[in-house]
Design a protein around this ligand. Structure first.
Ligand code: FES
Length: 154
């Protein structure tokens, strides 16, 4: 979609209309936009800003502050590595460093169709380091398991 995509603007305006009169509408609007497009398109920001009488920078600042909002299309795969204490005690930082190096990204980055996200406890504390790979839980991660997981994706 381009910045002059009338369908995009039309859909964003529909979402804005759905939230008319709401107190503090920005976050619900951004959620609805992300739900509609899979991310918050750059082109939606001036439309939202104008409607809410905010600056583009203010809207962009909210999108970039909350990691739940994406400003680009989602990756085909998501690897969420646990960074909470129990997993840290079992080597999560070492495993995370390996995954980051393999993908060449930091947290919240994506490469080769894989997004790398931190998560704080997946309920597998006794058998960490833990991860969630495309929604499926994985326990007892090590560098070899990371290589096998990413090898099947990239
Ligand atoms: S601390 Fe990692 S799963 Fe609980």
């Amino acid at each position: 979609m381009t910045s002059h995509d009338p369908q995009l603007v039309h859909r964003v305006r529909e979402i804005l209309n759905d939230h008319k009169g709401m107190e503090g509408p920005l976050l619900p609007i951004l959620h609805a936009v992300q739900h509609a497009f899979g991310f918050v398109p750059q082109e939606a920001i001036p439309v939202i800003a104008a409607e809410l009488q905010m600056t583009r920078a203010e809207v962009h600042g909210v999108v970039s502050f909350y990691h739940d909002y994406r400003d680009h299309p989602p990756a085909a795969h998501t690897v969420r590595l646990c960074r909470a204490e129990a997993c840290q005690a079992l080597g999560a930082e070492r495993v995370a460093a390996h995954a980051k190096a393999k993908l060449g990204v930091d947290w919240h980055g994506q490469a080769h169709g894989v997004a790398l996200e931190p998560v704080f406890c997946l309920g597998l504390c006794a058998c960490g380091p833990a991860a969630q790979v495309d929604g499926k839980l994985v326990a007892r991660l090590d560098e070899d398991k990371v290589d096998a997981i990413l090898g099947g994706m990239i």
